[in-house]
Ligand binder design. Sequence first.
Ligand code: C2O
Ligand code: CU
Length: 428
Amino acid sequence: MEITRRGVIASGAALAATAALPSAAVASPVRLRVMPVTAFVGGVQQDMLGFIDSFPGPTLRIAQGATFRASVENGLQDGTLVHWHGLRLPNRMDGVNVLTQEVIPPGRSFDYRFKVPDAGTFWYHSHYLSYEQVGRGLFGALIVEEDRPPDVDHDFVVHLFDMNTDAAGRFYDDPSPEQFAGPGRIGDTALALSPPITVRRGDRLRLRLINPSIDRIYGLSITGISGRIVALDGMPVPLPQSFDYLTLSPGQRCDVIADVVEGQVVFRDSGRTVLGGIAVDGARALRASAIRPLAPNAMPGPRGAVRSADLVMQGGLGGAAHKGYASWALNDSSGLGRAPFLDVPRGTGVRITLRNATGFDHVMHLHGHHFWELDASGAQGDYRDGTLVEAGQSRDILAVFDNPGDWMLHCHMLSHQADGMATWVRVR
Ligand code: C2O
Ligand code: CU
């Protein structure tokens, strides 16, 4: 095992960065002021963006079935708005400019209010100039709690965040066209941001892992714990899955329930880069009980025949020509054109073949709905709101469009989204 010097620094920095994190969760209703904040990130005092004095934004908690309420106040010089990622909510609460609401101007506010039907790990983030605003910190976790949560000693969020820094370690962003048209902005500093918690050996943890990084795909390994994946993108998996590496693409979440079995817990990317850790002190006896599946959320099935559709990802460096105006396109169109990719009556099931005809990976995210990943035989796999399609590969998904409105479908690599890889679906 090699721990690079850079890694050690990053690790210490990650623990220090948590000084900015509120240890207590915030309940709804909440006044979420969007504002510039200073935070200790990567070992340096940084000018970031945050919600209510906090980078990342506070972890919001609400009971399943309750009504979530947030008044978002814009304390920036620029416009902003907030998207509640992964939630099945009414379209006008989805926080997408042009499609669902106007941008909130500086000094103004917007009230979001919706029921939360599904328990799980969700997140919220700016959906305006998101490459810049999310890249600088406008994100946080939204946790919808089960009626009967699993028995654990600690339940907390770990955000995997990356950024570029200058020679003094300061946040630095100077995006090049190659970044937008290539793999995106992969920061030189990557951190696992978790609250300043000390756990005991033998404790059972529920880790809610979230990837709010704008473009980076993590191959996450966690040493010092032994456990199982219990949910992906907020949705419980039918059978908890063991893991060595967790692939977490931008926007994706993964809940892990695990016991602490060593004297330190360390998060690494690609088996090497240390992202951060959790302090361990003291011990208790391990639980004898197995890690059981979480109760499933009630999911809609299709009504009637399932349609099929193709969505081809095009462009980028070295990619073939397409008819879109930007470097990336979906089915020959860049950005939110006039016509939706699909226009379907409510309840329609659509099997969509996502074909990546580019030289780079993409993670396709659908708003307002989850979908099943399908394997080659058509069998239903994981139920997600974002799926990774590697360069040159294709993946089929089955979405049941039961939520009326205009919903975005886009690459959650925010550099790619900014440069055209986005479309939308109308559900009538
Ligand atoms: Cu997490 Cu369209 O976004
Ligand atoms: Cu992409």
